[in-house]
Design a protein around this ligand. Structure first.
Ligand code: MN3
Length: 267
């Protein structure tokens, strides 16, 4: 099977007390695993089997009609959760720094206003879905998506995403979604975009082993590759830099990136 559940980069209880151990075990081991299994089932025997997930999602409307819903839901679920585990960390929180902080300041004013915008988008999402900070090709934006729709479907680059499905918070926060959203920022990993986000979404490539700090290497071809994001954010945060083209590089916008051409980054 081409897609595999990536290991958590920390222990199940590592995000306590913000996110409890039981929620993490069920969320990662049951929910995310189910998205992976159902995605593999949907693509089995098709020409799409084994292609990089960001490519499959960006070209969703070219899939066979009877596969699109399953891939939208389960491919989106796999991509979204692969990112979600990486943008949280034990001892997270604090303030963004560097180019990301500059880009946030230019777009939202400061990190508190970004948090307020993402929390608001999450509270207003009716039913299940996600609240996102994305790079849309021209700048940063906060959006929300229903169900497991991934920003990759519209070729946007997800930088942060908060899961507002009840399975993400109900055991600890019950119906208090606003409390969960407010607390979530205590575990945000602001540096994740610099580290390259291991996604395990690239064809037959196996998920990386749990990596120690400082040795994290981007593991898969990814539209949200660290270099792409770095360039994007640097462009958006520098008033004297050339205007962005308004689109992501054509290879990632339309065809995705192949595994062999993925950028590597070491820290
Ligand atoms: Mn979830």
């Amino acid at each position: 099977m081409p897609y595999e559940l990536p290991p958590l980069p920390y222990d199940y209880d590592a995000l306590e007390p913000t996110i409890d151990e039981q929620t993490m075990r069920i969320h990662h081991g049951k929910h995310h695993q189910a998205y992976v299994d159902n995605l593999n089932k949907a693509l089995d025997g098709t020409e799409w089997d084994g292609r990089p997930l960001e490519q499959v999602l960006a070209l969703l409307d070219e899939l066979p009609d009877d596969k699109q819903a399953a891939v939208r839901n389960n491919g989106g679920g796999h991509a979204n959760h692969s990112l979600f585990w990486q943008i949280m960390r034990p001892g997270g929180g604090g303030e963004p720094s560097g180019a990301l902080a500059d880009a946030i300041a230019n777009t939202f004013g400061d990190a508190d206003q970004l948090k307020a915008a993402m929390n608001d988008a999450g509270v207003k999402r009716f039913g299940s879905g996600w609240s996102w900070l994305i790079w849309d090709g021209t700048g940063l934006a906060v959006v929300s998506t229903p169900n497991q729709d991934s920003p990759l479907i519209t070729s946007d680059v997800p930088l942060l995403g908060i899961d507002v499905w009840e399975h993400a918070y109900y055991l600890k926060y019950q119906n208090r979604r606003p409390d969960y959203l407010a607390a979530w920022w205590d575990v945000v990993n602001w540096e994740s975009w610099l580290q390259g986000v291991p996604t395990a979404t690239c064809g037959t490539q196996k998920a990386p082993e749990r990596s120690s700090p400082g040795r994290r290497v981007s593991s898969a071809a990814s539209i949200w590759s660290s270099r792409l994001r770095e360039r994007a954010l640097l462009r958006s945060s520098s008033p004297t830099s050339p205007k962005p083209t308004g689109t992501l590089p054509s290879t990632s916008r339309r065809r995705g990136r192949s595994c062999s051409r993925r950028p590597r980054r070491r820290r």
